[in-house]
Design a protein around this ligand. Sequence first.
Ligand SMILES: *Cc1c(COP(=O)(O)O)cnc(C)c1O
Length: 414
Amino acid sequence: MSDHKHHPESLMMSYGYKPELSQGAVKCPIFQTSTFVFQKAEDGKAFFEVAYGLRQPGEKEEPGLIYSRLNNPDLQILEERLCLWENAEECAVFESGMGAITTMLLEFLSPGDVLLFSNPLYGGTDHFIKHVLTRFGIEVMGFYPWEQDRLEEIVRKSGKGDRLKMVYVETPANPTNILIDIAACSRLAKAWSTPDKQVLLAVDNTYMGPLWQHPMEQGADLVLYSATKYIAGHSDVIAGACLGSKELIGRVKGLRSFLGCMAGPWTGWLLLRSLETLKVRMEAQAKGATAVAAFLQGHPKVKKVHYLGFLDDPGQQAIHAVQCLSAGAMLSFDVQGGEPEAFRFLNALKLVKLAVSLGSTESLAEHPATMTHVGVDPAEREKLGITGGLVRLSVGVEHPDDLIHDLAQALEAI
Ligand SMILES: *Cc1c(COP(=O)(O)O)cnc(C)c1O
């Protein structure tokens, strides 16, 4: 036997699926069923014992299928395949990214605990942390990217370090691509952990994963995804995922089964299909983004391009070199002028669609200040560089020449 280990992209068509259990079908069918037949009452008993943690499964014992809120082959195979990209022990998939993020937060935080989070966060996550978690007695503290060298001091001066339970990070930050140092956050979490209280580090990896950033290698305990974005990649489904150790994800799955926010079989099947082309899509998107960024950089109607391939700050460059494998396919740029000029540009686009969301096969453009980030306090928006003239662009798989042609004619409209 050889010890050759296949790359994840080679396993996305087959891993975890046994054709002999499905009439020889080469592809995993959609198991559109709510419940599963037990061959004998003893099997049902055994499946429940394992599902409820009443005993550990035997060495060769596979988890039995019970009911689609607990497990379903489309979800189980999808979870196993997502683990390959992240090199994680276990994964839980959800019907949305918000489902994954909120279930994870609720499982690990209790009244009195303190959550430290990076700003800016995805709008939905930001709202949940500030307006929902706080209703349950969880204290939350945000920090800005320019404060990340002083995290230890911030926690110490707050006097709440002994209650710190989790650090939650989103990097690169949306929409200006500022990077947060995951390894530094991991050191902070470890420094405030005690024998009976582990401070967890959770990272939303939607923007760069699962191809270009592996937070667990930098010390993250939990990795979150809006699978709606690159993982699904076709703007046709909403989904989410949470990955980590067997122990932590076991807890997340436990709460998921009570909240009932698991993905359905049809969502699972769509994501299985999407994963087969994940790498070729993301690589084509990153290549297109390089060409688009280079075009925008020299354009007289463009003030500044925020793209990970153009980092000029040495601290940001150093973080990128350690934790990112690509400049990605997300960029934003300031047009000369403000909101009226940005709107003229957006309204003139033809090939690129004017829509929120990202990571999909088609290129999408939007106006953060009045759309995705309209909920952010105006003074804070200014500090974060989310100005009236800022446009965010998610580069798809179109031919870069056609994208550049479209952007060029829309910039003429300014
Ligand atoms: C879209 C997004 C989410 C929310 O995911 P949904 O699938 O829309 O629920 C969370 N985080 C980031 C970074 C996102 O882009």
